[in-house]
Design a protein around this ligand. Structure first.
Ligand code: SF4
Ligand code: SF4
Length: 506
């Protein structure tokens, strides 16, 4: 195994945030006991909701398919333990707009009885890449870094391009989150095995495992396993501890010095990025026979008694895992799913832990009550923007709802990292405004597409009516000519037939 490379690459802007990770990394990952109830949303991925294939009252086994993808983009949902389906109903979930979403609710029987897999695991190296992708699709694997893009479809898209680098993302740049760090220390072999499966699926021979320079234990664990297996195709790469170096495009730039084009994908520059947790989940399914029914999550913040990392079944409620972390302290003010920069606050701990939940942050910090002041054009927001956007200009155009200017100034490339908010001396909620503006741009694009479709339908109808009119006129002329040849009695007969036809039509 080659030693980790220290060529740290460059990243524009970004911020050095306080880590706040020591508290949750003091002990090993703790297994959350099986809860009495599991709440499984049918949408835990980017794409269309999965459709339930089980009914209320049905007994299900651990790993059994509960909902299957419907549409071109989606992922199946599996039972995280055995029990009875007691309801399929809306339940509070963590979403951008905080609404309820349909969930399959299982009353666990405590037996944790697993389903027999129809196709037992085989040596993946003997499989054709497309067969391997079909297997990955069936495992319900999605990007566990938070994006939850269905992994099989991401790989399928990548196979249509020329890919030469697989990058495993072990960069956990947001404060408080440490689940990938612990996973890299404790499930190192699974992550590297997942990398080998991914390389076979992509038919490539180069993989970088990118880790931040402040994770010596993870780097040591990965180095040891790589030394043992002697797979020269895989190398470690250290990246600087700067937020947001773990963003896909930023990581591609740091690892390869290649820039993902505006509006493009890492595959445009020959890269495919997968989170280290996703690689481990692929190993667990392809080799270990277990679909994505659990994940490692950080439970942290000064609002919990003992910050920890846990492995919990998907569908366990947040309240259950917080109890395992010693419960709430009297400083618990807000509950955030995700990190402090990109997380979403929720108002209840009945929310289930889902495939996307990398962190539950219970914090005493209340949102800033500082009043928003006018922009003083200091330029600090532009200096920290990792995409090299001009947030102050974007803010004006967002306020003016000037879609053309927002596009021109690259709003659609904003990764909503929150760096500009953090440095703005006027406390302008730039990221929140950009999120709304991006939604508005998408809405306007949808409206335009709908208008184009309506115009096309209108023009097609007009063309059809025009053609019918010409046909009718032609037919009438022919009939007139025939009638003139046949004489008055034939004309009377034709008129009679026409009248009967009209009455019948009416
Ligand atoms: S940081 Fe705030 S005050 Fe400074 S230019 Fe940007 S928006 Fe204006
Ligand atoms: S939120 Fe958007 S505009 Fe602000 S710093 Fe991040 S990428 Fe740049």
């Amino acid at each position: 195994m080659s030693a980790p490379t220290y060529d740290l690459g460059t990243l524009h802007g970004g911020l050095r945030l306080p880590g706040n990770k020591a508290e949750s990394t003091r002990q090993a990952i703790i297994e959350v006991p099986l809860p009495s109830q599991l709440v499984l949303p049918i949408t835990q991925h980017v794409g269309d909701p999965a459709q339930p294939v089980v009914g209320i009252g049905e007994r299900v086994l651990k790993g059994q398919l509960l909902a299957e993808p419907d549409g071109t983009l989606g992922a199946p949902v599996h039972a995280s333990s055995s029990g009875k389906v007691v309801a399929i109903e809306p339940w509070p979930v963590s979403r951008r707009h905080g609404e309820n979403a349909p969930c399959i609710i299982i009353e666990c029987d405590g037996k944790d009885e697993a389903i027999q897999r129809a196709d037992p695991p085989v040596n993946f190296t003997t499989l054709l890449p497309e067969d391997l992708l079909t297997i990955i699709l069936r495992g319900g694997i999605v990007g566990l870094g938070g994006a939850v893009f269905p992994t099989a479809q991401k790989l399928m898209q990548a196979r249509t391009c020329t890919i030469d680098h697989l990058i495993l993302n072990g960069v956990e740049c947001e404060s408080y989150i440490s689940c990938d760090d612990l996973l890299m220390r404790e499930c190192t072999g699974e992550i590297i095995s997942g990398a080998q499966i991914l390389m076979h699926a992509l038919q490539i021979n180069l993989c970088f495992i990118a880790v931040e320079s402040d994770k010596p234990e993870a780097i040591r664990a990965l180095g040891e396993v790589l030394g043992e297996i002697q797979d020269d195709r895989i190398a470690l790469k250290m990246v600087p501890t700067i937020y947001p170096s773990g963003g896909e495009d930023q990581l591609v730039q740091l690892v390869t010095n290649l820039e993902v084009p505006s509006g493009g994908l890492p595959s445009d520059v020959g890269c495919l990025v997968q989170n280290v947790g996703t690689a481990a989940a692929i190993h667990d399914w392809v080799i270990g026979n277990e679909p994505l029914i659990s994940r490692v999550t950080t439970i942290t913040g000064d609002g919990v008694a003992s910050p920890i990392n846990v492995r919990a079944r998907i569908g366990t409620t947040i309240g259950d895992v917080i109890e395992l972390a010693g419960g709430y302290t009297d400083r618990a003010d807000q509950l955030i799913i995700g990190g402090p920069m990109t997380g979403k606050s929720v108002t209840t701990d009945r929310v289930p832990l889902v495939k996307a939940t990398n962190c539950v942050l219970v914090s005493s910090h209340t949102p800033s009550s500082s009043p928003t002041l006018p922009c003083i054009r200091c330029g600090d927001c532009a200096a920290v923007c990792p995409i090299q956007l001009l947030p102050q200009q974007l803010y004006w155009y967002a306020c003016a709802d000037d879609e053309d200017r927002m596009r021109e100034f690259g709003l659609i490339d904003c990764i909503e990292c929150g760096c500009c908010d953090l440095v703005c001396p006027s406390h302008i909620p730039l990221t929140a405004d950009f999120r709304v503006a991006k939604g508005r741009i998408r809405e306007l694009a949808d409206e335009k597409a709908r208008a184009v479709r309506a115009r096309q339908r209108f023009e097609a109808r007009n063309d059809r009516l025009q053609r019918e009119l010409i046909e009718r006129e032609k037919e009438l002329t022919q009939q007139k000519e025939l009638a003139q040849k046949a004489g008055p009695s034939a004309i009377a007969e034709i008129l009679k037939r026409k009248k009967a036809q009209r009455e019948e039509d009416e």
